[in-house]
Ligand binder design. Structure first.
Ligand SMILES: [Fe+2]
Ligand SMILES: [Fe+2]
Length: 323
């Protein structure tokens, strides 16, 4: 044990950290990259560290070269530093890092499995109940059952994205659950095919479970980088449809269209723009839910001293921080 470890041996979960805290505890490095400061004169390390309670951005301004050699994304380290505030968000300034050693009993691997920030079992049950209660067509029902059997556990823990919106464990389920509820609220008003839309919403982003991995480090997969989640979702859908006897081809193509058109524009990765009312609605609801989530995230990190947030890249503006 060195001096570094003697400082203290009390757990410091990320969710409990506050500005000014001196940190000396175990965290998993989820991302690490070496960057240059704006003037281009100095290198620094840009990191995301995590434990089961949350994630935190971190920077290392000194000893960049040796630290970069030691730190590998995905591994757990003993990290020392200070919690500061940057643009209304907490940020850890790292001073020292060491890999795990024999005798690090206080570091338990289960403390680094990220948990959804809500009751994921209850939400999964509610999501699947929405499908079971509202899908009556036998082919679509079978498809929904296959999804539930094969993707239930993965789906409930998956991130909704790597960054920007629903980027946390359970995010994909939360986003999909929101779309199912929105479909049920809006589709009947326009006389649209609600059952088709429910299945489309269920599958539209399922490819994200294979587009990137979050453990041990956050990383785009080969298929994710070369194909993207629209194509992967389509592949997953087609694989299931092939296993359902006599699945009508026109119905299959209509669901496929919902998936490939959900980004709305070719420049955003959709090979076809929405050409049915159902596809148009799914695209709009998808956009709506992602935007609302970006608003919520921005409001959460709002600075109590200010009326407006910093410029939000995704929303293209500064937003009013409600008091
Ligand atoms: Fe998507
Ligand atoms: Fe989506």
């Amino acid at each position: 044990m060195n001096l570094f470890d003697k400082a203290k041996n009390t757990a410091q979960p990320i969710a409990g950290l506050q500005v000014g805290d001196a940190v000396n505890w175990y965290y998993r490095v989820q991302e690490v990259s070496r960057r240059k400061t704006l003037t281009g004169k100095k290198d620094y390390l840009d990191l995301v560290v995590m434990d089961r309670s949350g994630r935190l951005t971190a920077k290392a301004w000194e000893n960049v070269e040796p630290l970069h050699k030691v730190i590998q994304a995905g591994n757990i380290y003993r990290i020392a530093g200070e919690v500061r505030e940057y643009r209304g968000k907490l940020q850890l300034t790292i001073t020292r890092v060491r890999p795990l050693e024999a005798g690090d009993e206080a570091c338990r691997p289960e403390d680094f499995d990220e948990q959804p920030p809500f009751d994921s079992v209850a939400l999964l049950r509610e999501t699947f109940a929405l499908l079971d209660d509202n899908i009556h067509d036998p082919h679509l029902r079978r498809l929904s059952e296959l999804f539930q059997q094969e993707y239930g556990p993965v789906f409930s823990q998956a991130y909704g994205a790597q960054k920007i919106h629903h980027a946390f464990a359970g995010g994909l389920m939360q986003h999909t659950h929101a779309l199912l509820k929105l479909v049920l609220a809006v589709a009947p008003h326009y006389g649209l095919d609600t059952e088709l839309l429910l299945v489309g919403a269920l599958f539209h982003d399922i490819g994200k479970t294979e587009e990137f991995r979050t453990q041990p480090a956050l990383e785009t997969t080969l298929a994710g980088g070369l194909l993207g989640h629209l194509v992967i979702s389509l592949t997953i859908l087609l694989d299931m449809i092939r296993r359902i006897p006599d699945f009508p081809e026109p119905l299959s193509v209509r669901i496929q269209h919902l998936i490939v058109a959900h980004h709305g524009e070719k420049e955003f990765g959709s090979p076809e723009v929405p050409k049915t009312r159902e596809a148009y609605l799914l695209h709009i609801l998808d956009l709506l839910d992602s935007r609302m989530s970006i608003f919520s995230e921005q409001l959460k990190v709002g600075d109590a001293q200010k009326l407006f947030s910093d410029f939000n890249q995704a929303l293209g503006t500064r937003i009013l921080l409600e008091k």
